[in-house]
Unconditional design. Sequence first.
Length: 156
Amino acid sequence: MSGIRNVGKRSRIAAAGVLTVGLLGTVGLTQAANGAPGGTNGVEGAEQHRSFQTTERGSCSRYWIVVNANGTPARGSCGAKSSLKLGPGEYQVNWKVKERKCARLATIGLPGGSGSETPGFITTVGRVGKPKSSYVATYDTNGNPADRAFQVHLAC
């Protein structure tokens, strides 16, 4: 069955097993992986978390973050806590919930309203030993680690 069904303030679109998700006004392609080869997933180091304030009030049911290429958060929902850069093309995103039973959707993209990020690839996986953190790795089109701005949505 296909069509649009209104559910309160939300609309659901069902079309023969195909689900299209728009995040932050954009549509992105996500690659899933079990960690990046040679990455620092799970390795502790000198970490400097960058936090930010949101204007949302009440209980939080939204989990997304927009991160600059240098690892600083550009903006995020009430469910996002902070982000940090671990190394070239390697990042950690911290959430206010345990993200292990959630789906992570990530896309490379600039935080602003114009221009476009240099093309590349992105992977994301849960951070070893940190149930409220996601590991994100970004690469250039040749598969080499590269710093890229990105957006992550946690669907729980």
